[in-house]
Design a protein around this ligand. Structure first.
Ligand code: ZN
Ligand code: ZN
Length: 299
C-alpha cells in the first residue's frame, strides 16, 4: 500500500537524442514518475512525459486522475514534453504544476509562453483538465502526505533540486547541477585565481548538497559529463559522473542513478561511465546504476 516506485521516462539532458546508438538508454529528456502509494508525483516534463501520459491513460481508462508535476527549472529539456502530456486533455483530471521563479520571469509566465502561438496551437488556458499552476515560495512544503525539501542548485538561471520523503526512504532529484568544489579545483589547476573566500563558499555549497542527499534511498543525479570531458565545460552548470558519485558516497546514499546523460553519449559510453563510477564506489555501500528509460525501482 505504501510502496514507493520510481520510474524513468526520460533520462537525457539538453535535447532529445533518439536513434540506434542511444536506443538502450533512451533519447527522451528529463521526466521521472514517483508513486507513493496511490499518489503520483512527476519530476519534470521533458519529452519523456509523453510516454508517461500514454501509460497513465491506459491505466486510468475512464477514471479521473490527479497528480502533481514538480518542475526543477524551465530549460527546454525539462518542460518541452508538457504540451504532449495526454492527461491534460481530459476534463476529469486534476494537474497541479509547481516550480520556482526563473531568472527573469515568473514561473507561470514561462510555462504559458511555450504554448503560445506561434510555438504551439493550443494555449495552456484552453487545456480541458483542471490545471493549477503555482509558483512555489517556500523551500519546505508537502505534496499530499510527502514532505518535500527544495534547494537551489548551481546551474545557469534557477534550478531546484527536490528531496521527497516517502515511507521507504527519501528520493532526491538533482537533475542539473555543477558541484562547486570540483569546479573551483579545476579553475585553480588551470591557473585562474580562486580566492580563499570563494573556496569556502564552494565548500559550503557542496556541504548543503550533501545534506540534501544525506541517507537517501535513491538519488537521481546530474552526470552529464565523463570526468575527462568535464574540465572543458567548467561553468556550464553540469556535473561529471564521478563527482556526483563521490558526493553521494559522502552523504551515505543507498543508490545513485546517473541521470541527464549527454545527448552525444551513446549506449556504450553510458555503460563505460557507469562502470567507472561503480569502481569508484566499490566498498562504500553506495550502489551506482545508469538511469535508463523504462527502468523502475520499487521499495
Ligand atoms: Zn537539463
Ligand atoms: Zn538546465
Amino acid at each position: 500500500m505504501n510502496e514507493t516506485k520510481v520510474q524513468f521516462w526520460g533520462v537525457r539532458g539538453s535535447i532529445p537524442a533518439p536513434g540506434p546508438l542511444t536506443a538502450g538508454v533512451g533519447g527522451n529528456t528529463s521526466c521521472v514518475e514517483l508513486r507513493v502509494g496511490e499518489q503520483i508525483i512527476v519530476l519534470d516534463a521533458g519529452t519523456g512525459i509523453r510516454g508517461l501520459g500514454l501509460s497513465l491513460e491506459r491505466e486510468f481508462a475512464g477514471r479521473a486522475l490527479e497528480l502533481t508535476l514538480l518542475i526543477s527549472h524551465t530549460h527546454w529539456d525539462h518542460i518541452q514534453g508538457f504540451p504532449f502530456f495526454k492527461p491534460v486533455y481530459n476534463p476529469e483530471n486534476r494537474v497541479h504544476i509547481r516550480g520556482y521563479e526563473g531568472a527573469r520571469s515568473p514561473f507561470s509566465a514561462v510555462m504559458l509562453a511555450q504554448m503560445e502561438s506561434p510555438y504551439f496551437p493550443v494555449e495552456m488556458k484552453q487545456l480541458p483538465a483542471n490545471i493549477d499552476l503555482l509558483e512555489l515560495q517556500e523551500f519546505d512544503f508537502a505534496v499530499e502526505s510527502c514532505a518535500v525539501k527544495a534547494r537551489l542548485l548551481n546551474h545557469p538561471g534557477v534550478c531546484a533540486g527536490y528531496r521527497i520523503e516517502t515511507p521507504g526512504g527519501a528520493v532526491v532529484y538533482l537533475p542539473d547541477n555543477e558541484p562547486q568544489v570540483r569546479m573551483r579545483e579545476i579553475q585553480k589547476a588551470a591557473g585562474l585565481e580562486v580566492s580563499e573566500d570563494t573556496m569556502v563558499r564552494a565548500q559550503k555549497c557542496d556541504a548543503a548538497l550533501i545534506d540534501l542527499m544525506r541517507g537517501a534511498r535513491v538519488v537521481i543525479g546530474d552526470s552529464h559529463y565523463t570526468p575527462e570531458e568535464y574540465p572543458k565545460h567548467v561553468g556550464w552548470g553540469h556535473s561529471d559522473a564521478e563527482t556526483v558519485t563521490r558526493l553521494a558516497m559522502e552523504a551515505g546514499v543507498e543508490e545513485l542513478y546517473l541521470f541527464h546523460h549527454h545527448p552525444e553519449h551513446d549506449d556504450q559510453q553510458v555503460t563505460a561511465k557507469t562502470m567507472h563510477c561503480q569502481r569508484v564506489a566499490e566498498g562504500s555501500g553506495l550502489r551506482v546504476a545508469a538511469a535508463v528509460e523504462g527502468l523502475s525501482v520499487v521499495f
